[in-house]
Design a protein around this ligand. Structure first.
Ligand code: SF4
Length: 347
């Protein structure tokens, strides 16, 4: 694990004039690759509910790469060398800093007091960092209370480390968390999953689905299963061409009980350095949604912000930011570190 603190190094605007949000770049020791986080004034493209969304990294690069198990569609896993798991302080630091930067943003007073959603979906597989992520969540909660901010929820995401799902369940049952934490499991495929997600060779997706099956009973909320809408997905240096057309979706969801899981579909953001793909036709996506809803699933089609700037799902590449932090940001970073220093030992 990295023992050092991340330091803020720069940022990029997402969308025209930064309307979609900001990508933050953090220096990580001597690595030429940056750790990245992102903030969005609205957590969802389609649902404008005035909740700010934050995407946070749990490691520098992805630990799955160390045993050749990185997802073939992911730029982080395939471009950035693994640089260590982040400490809970460095994970929470990203959250707290991003919130402070919204709270003190003079151009956008509407961001000062919005509820905050934190998704552990930046660089890294959170399932391999659960002990640090759980501490980071509670440190963030303490900081938000001190700052008078509302936590909407935390989203713990995994590509399928069943032990982390069991640990999350234990923590929820034992009331460890003081704010809502939900689970997102990235499934994406069934019988051919090992081809695009080699983590499948280590942990079968069926183990994760089994671990999740009773969450709705004690949380009252169905955990989310993510399915990427690939079209002619072709990873570089392979002759694979994979599409999640309706028949494949039918096969994938045949393992799932609509009373126990809800579904989230996302179109794939190809980046030329790792893969090619075709756009998923809107009518096909609508047919997929209609089908799963007709058999009883709650389902949504998710679109991510920051596609163009390669900040969307699976496209983080640790690149140099275009803008340097202002002096105010260094003050906010000092404020963040003071908060962490004061609250870190009380967990
Ligand atoms: S999608 Fe997540 S788990 Fe898969 S390689 Fe990328 S960072 Fe790692």
């Amino acid at each position: 694990m990295c023992n050092h603190q991340l330091s803020i190094t720069g940022y990029d605007l997402l969308g025209p004039d930064g309307r979609e949000g900001l990508r933050y770049a953090w220096r990580n020791q001597e690595s030429k690759y940056f750790v990245e986080s992102a903030s969005f004034p609205q957590r969802s493209v389609s649902k404008k509910d005035d909740v700010c969304g934050y995407t946070t990294s749990v490691s520098a690069g992805c630990a799955l790469r160390t045993f050749g198990a990185q997802c073939l569609f992911c730029r982080t896993g395939n471009v950035i060398p693994f640089g260590g798991l982040l400490s809970y302080r460095d994970i929470a630091k990203q959250n707290i800093f991003m919130v402070l930067s919204d709270m003190y943003c003079s151009d956008h007073p509407e961001l000062h007091n919005r509820p905050r959603e934190f998704a552990y979906m930046g660089q890294g597989e959170p399932g391999l960092s659960y002990p640090q992520v759980r501490l980071a969540i509670e440190l963030t909660n303490r900081a938000m209370r001190e700052l008078g901010q509302t936590v909407y929820r935390h989203v713990f995401a995994t590509s399928g480390v069943p032990e982390s799902i069991e640990a999350l369940k234990d923590d929820i049952k034992n009331n460890y968390y003081t704010q809502r934490v939900t689970l997102h499991f990235s499934l994406h495929a069934a019988s051919e999953r090992a081809l695009i997600m080699p983590i499948e060779k280590h942990w079968s997706y069926k183990e994760s689905l089994f671990a999740m099956r009773d969450m709705v009973d004690f949380t009252g909320e169905k955990p989310c299963v993510g399915i990427m809408l690939f079209k002619d997905f072709c990873p570089r240096r392979t002759d694979l061409s994979y599409s999640n057309e309706l028949d494949r979706i039918k096969e994938i969801v045949s393992d799932l009980d609509p009373r126990r899981y809800r579904l989230s579909f996302c179109t794939y953001n190809a980046t030329a350095d790792i893969s090619s793909s075709s756009p998923y036709p809107k009518e096909e996506a609508e047919k997929v949604l209609d089908y799963v809803q007709s058999i009883g699933f709650e389902a949504k089609l998710f679109s991510s912000f920051g596609r163009k700037e390669q900040t969307a799902c699976g496209t983080l590449g640790g690149k140099m930011p275009h803008n340097l932090p202002s002096p105010k940001w260094f003050e906010l970073e000092t404020m963040t570190e003071d908060i962490i220093q004061r609250l870190q030992y009380r967990i």
